[in-house]
Design a protein around this ligand. Structure first.
Ligand code: ATP
Ligand code: MG
Length: 259
């Protein structure tokens, strides 16, 4: 039984795309079959995976009804480009607009253990499509004091998706991302979030480092570029697999982390 995870945040630049890229890498390294879907017209995830910008069809074609999902998968990535912005506009006027991605992914869902959906930095129709198609929502938040506000707004949208369109949507948790836990500001923000969302906040925080921008530029994984920093994502992946009750990949991950 595969699971689909939507990674979202209320605002931009919270490390969503880096999280999708890196978690996909980790899950693949423990033998899971993972599809990464780029739902942002900026196409950052497609770039991070070094997908040919001319790759066609793309997710925009799928949402516009011009292509089957299977045809839009290139090296286990469903890439996006600016045509997705146009597809979103088209979608807005259609019946069942919130269900389009869910319906499109249905025929390919069985092929994957996990499907990771990278949402754009807004809580609009593309993010709603992701939340309707997903089994779990994963929030990424910047390590700032106003993080709480963003998390609350994202939670409201999750509630909306649950209330009608996807009652089974689970809330996997909140990742405290791009964090400098040496500063009191970040530690206070983390404590405030813990207070508000409790155990939903992952114990693991993702450390801030310029190495992430370098890795993105070279289209290599942080796991290879700076394994010492990439270790944060191994621990986060472990927490996620625990919450997903995926014991066998979790055991393989523990072996990988020790190696
Ligand atoms: N742990 C980190 N430390 C420092 N910089 C990071 C970290 N993770 C990601 N970044 C950098 O922060 C920027 C934004 O990251 P990313 O693209 O993953 O965020 P995003 O939430 O997907 O952004 P958007 O909202 O625009 O889609 C990028 O330049 C990325 O390289
Ligand atoms: Mg992004």
């Amino acid at each position: 039984m595969g699971a689909t995870i939507a990674v979202l945040s209320q605002k931009g630049g919270t490390g969503k795309t880096t999280a999708v890229r890196t978690l996909t890498d980790v899950f693949r390294r423990v033998g899971l079959n993972v599809l990464a879907v780029d739902l942002d017209p900026q196409g950052n995830l497609s770039d991070y995976f070094d997908i040919d910008p001319a790759a066609s069809p793309s997710v925009g074609d799928v949402l516009a009804g011009r292509a089957e999902a299977g045809a839009a998968i290139h090296d286990d990535v469903m890439p996006s480009n600016l045509s997705l912005a146009e597809a979103e506009l088209l979608l807005a006027g259609k019946m069942g607009r919130e269900l389009t991605l869910k319906r499109a992914l249905k025929p390919i869902k069985e092929r994957y253990d996990l499907i990771m959906l990278d949402c754009p930095p807004s809580l609009g129709l593309l993010t709603v499509n992701a939340l309707v198609a997903a089994d779990h929502a994963l929030l990424s938040t910047e390590a700032q004091y106003f993080a709480m506000q963003g998390v609350e707004q994202a939670l409201e949208v999750i509630e909306l998706a649950r209330d009608g369109l996807n009652p089974d949507l689970g809330w996997l948790g909140v990742v405290f991302n791009i964090a400098d836990m040496r500063t009191r500001h970040s530690r206070d923000a983390y404590a405030a979030l813990r207070e508000s969302v409790g155990r939903k906040l992952f114990d693991t925080t993702i450390r801030q480092s310029i190495a992430y921008a370098e890795a993105a530029e070279r289209a290599v994984s942080i796991l290879d570029h700076r394994p010492d920093l990439g270790a944060d994502y191994l621990v986060l992946a472990d927490e996620i697999l625990q919450r997903l009750k995926m014991a066998a990949p979790r055991a393989r991950l523990q072996a990988l982390a020790k190696a």
